[in-house]
Design a protein around this ligand. Structure first.
Ligand SMILES: Cc1ncc(C[n+]2csc(CCOP(=O)(O)OP(=O)(O)O)c2C)c(N)n1
Ligand code: SF4
Ligand SMILES: [Mg+2]
Length: 351
């Protein structure tokens, strides 16, 4: 059994969004992951975010690599475009698709093995190019699909299920994304849907490279004492800097917060984010301070979560490359061929 189709019947009273879709319309096939796997909670959060944002499913392209995490796009958005690529190669396939058709909403789903081990170079270049996408790393610190080897995000000193101690330094995807120039950087926990859903909505509405590192425990191989990616460890060491509320354009701002405790951010495309500060003095607009804060707390064994950095007016790869507004896959030959006279002028300018 490799997949199960879901029954097509919907209960007639299920709530619908403005498009007339229920949450069921954003689901995919029945998951074949282990019961309790964090990745299934992330799929549920993606479904909720897309339903609430009233995204037309055919406007989404979901891409992944290889791993339990990379299987999950089969379990949500069954009416969207999908491409399950090669291990670690999703970022370049997504970049190419985005270059060809800028009109779709790009959702990259990957694992810590897929992105921090074999795909590290690919991850780095997609971030630094500002590819307009939401890139979710479902981070469990192990290669779940191949039976629980330490991945590159496993903390030094953490233990495998059989007691082996990891001696290698961990790669922090958030710190890396900040260093590489990503313009929306967040971390969350698969067990905290209230935090995760608005962070996904904010990322989907962001123009530029949005990285969401979601700690997502692997119940089969990395949920024991000595693991720093277990449900218990994350619950005890989760240090949220803020809580995000994503606001549809027309929502009025309620004034039930003390002054200075809320920051309102308007993104390029007009969406509004409201950030409730949990750490006084944490500024999500300061990249260097964010790096410093994350590393200081990481050294104490704490997992910093929330919206860690945002540049709401960021440009994306298309702006940097000065491409035309029309998606490249819709240009006709007449648009692409400048004609003999123009070619002659270009050639002459290069002689
Ligand atoms: C080129 C290549 N090398 C190795 C593998 C074997 N392989 C499959 S999945 C995987 C690791 C997956 O780990 P991760 O991305 O963390 O996903 P998880 O299963 O933990 O969600 C590996 C090494 C492969 N499929 N292809
Ligand atoms: S092996 Fe781990 S990552 Fe894979 S489905 Fe099971 S719990 Fe999830
Ligand atoms: Mg993994």
């Amino acid at each position: 059994m490799t997949y199960l189709a879901k029954p097509k019947l919907h209960h007639p009273t299920l709530p619908k969004n403005q498009l007339g879709f229920t949450r069921r319309d954003y689901e995919g096939k029945i998951s074949t992951l282990c019961a309790g796997c964090g990745h299934d909670s992330i799929s549920a959060a993606i479904i909720q975010a897309c339903w609430e944002l009233e995204i037309e499913p055919h406007r989404v392209a979901k891409l992944s690599g290889i791993g339990c995490s990379s299987k999950t796009p089969d379990y949500f958005l069954g009416n969207s475009h999908g491409f399950n690529s090669v291990h670690g190669r999703m970022p370049s396939v997504l970049t190419g698709a985005n270059l060809a058709n800028r009109d779709l909403i790009y959702l990259g789903v990957s694992g810590d093995g897929d992105s921090a081990s074999i795909g590290l170079g690919q991850f780095a270049h997609a971030m630094r190019r500002g590819v307009n996408m939401t890139y979710i790393v479902e981070n469990n610190g192990v290669y779940g699909l191949t039976k629980g080897q330490f991945s590159a995000t496993a903390d030094a000193g953490s233990k495998s299920k059989r007691g082996a101690v990891n001696s290698d330094t961990a790669i922090d995807m958030v710190a890396l994304a900040l260093q590489l120039g990503a313009t929306y950087v967040a971390r969350s926990f698969s067990g905290d849907k209230d935090q995760l859903v608005p962070l996904i909505k904010g990322a989907l509405a962001h123009r530029g490279a949005a990285l969401l590192d979601v700690v997502s425990p692997c119940v089969a191989f990395n949920n024991h004492n000595g693991s720093t990616k277990s449900y218990d460890y994350v619950r005890e060491h989760n240090d949220a800097v803020n809580r995000l509320d994503f606001m549809p354009r027309r929502t009025p701002i309620s004034a039930d917060y003390r002054p200075g405790s809320v920051i309102e951010i308007t993104q390029h495309v007009g969406s509004r984010l409201r950030l409730r500060k949990l750490h006084d003095g944490y500024d999500p607009g300061d990249r260097l301070a964010a790096m410093n804060h994350i590393q200081t707390h990481q050294a104490r064994g704490e997992i910093v979560t929330g919206l860690l950095f945002i540049d709401p007016q960021a440009d994306d790869m298309h702006a940097n490359l000065n491409t035309v507004e029309t998606p490249l896959n819709q240009l006709r030959q007449a648009d692409l061929c400048p004609g003999a006279a123009m070619l002659e002028r270009i050639n002459a300018s290069l002689r």
